[in-house]
Design a protein around this ligand. Structure first.
Ligand SMILES: C[S@@+](CC[C@H](N)C(=O)[O-])C[C@H]1O[C@@H](n2cnc3c(N)ncnc32)[C@H](O)[C@@H]1O
Length: 255
């Protein structure tokens, strides 16, 4: 009998959605390998930030605590962020359209974490980053690679290092560096953990169903913990061809 498959073109939401990334406590970073590895990459990068940092698509501003004191922070996000992503964060400039609500060359650093895959016009977005960063300033981008389709239907793309390199170079950025976050063991661990998550954090409508899921979740807890530890250990090894995602850093030439 042929498998009856759902038409994915018409999907409007996820079957199960993880809790939103608000504050990134150490515990959350250990169990959320995506956010944890973004955090690990940003620690040394943001420690060097000076002047003004513009966080584009800032969501709940989870990486703002990594900024050294004295760095001016500007968070910008789309007006639709609350309806589409559940974010309504104080001290954020909400705007509509493609032009960022800031002047040319306002920032020494532009940060955009886990945002580019949600942007309909990535070339336009990177061109805005180029416009808004000072000559000599940096763009720091993170994107997922092995990640499930999320925030459906507003998750449009996955980027490879080749694609990122091309987009950044086309916009005029130079000194491009792209690093993989994790490797194939990290990806396998993430996927094994993901199997258990809907049972550990059930989102079924009826109380009975939730209870049944939680019972199954209790049985899966050792599995979840094992792969959490394995995933974190795997981060000691390099990756590239398969990984959780990429962190890219690029510079706008001085002149
Ligand atoms: C997955 S969230 C990431 C939020 C935050 N940067 C983080 O790392 O947790 C994606 C964000 O991208 C924003 N976004 C989507 N399209 C955008 C665009 N064209 N320009 C700016 N932000 C955009 C969304 O509103 C949302 O806040």
């Amino acid at each position: 009998m042929a498998l009856k498959r759902e038409n994915q073109a018409n999907r409007q939401k996820e079957h199960w959605q993880p809790p939103p990334c608000i504050a990134l406590s150490g515990l959350r970073r250990f169990f959320d390998l995506q956010a944890g590895t973004v955090w690990n990459d940003l620690v040394p990068l943001l420690a060097k930030a000076e002047g003004t940092l513009l966080d584009a698509g800032c969501g709940a501003q989870p990486y703002r605590p990594l900024l050294p004191p004295g760095v001016r922070y500007i968070g910008i996000d789309q007006l639709s962020a609350e309806a589409d992503f559940g974010y309504k964060t104080p001290h954020t400039i909400y705007y509509s359209g493609d032009r960022w609500p800031v002047e040319n060359g306002v920032a020494d650093t532009i940060l955009a974490t886990e945002t580019l895959e949600h942007v309909r016009d990535p070339r336009g977005f990177i061109a805005e980053a180029f416009r808004c960063v000072k000559g000599g300033g940096r763009l720091i981008l993170t994107v997922p690679f092995s990640a499930r389709w999320h925030y459906i239907p507003r998750d449009y793309f996955r980027y490879t290092p080749s694609g990122l390199n091309m987009l950044l170079a086309e916009s005029g950025f130079t000194d491009v560096e792209i690093y993989a976050r994790g490797n194939s063991v990290t990806v396998a661990s993430l996927k094994c953990m993901a199997l258990a998550l809907p049972f550990l954090i059930p989102q079924a409508d009826s109380l009975f169903e939730r209870f049944a899921y939680m019972m199954a979740g209790a049985l899966m807890l050792p599995w979840f913990l094992f792969f959490s530890v394995l995933g974190n250990i795997s981060l000691a090894f390099a990756g590239g061809d398969d990984c959780l995602g990429y962190t890219a850093v690029a510079r706008k030439p001085k002149s």
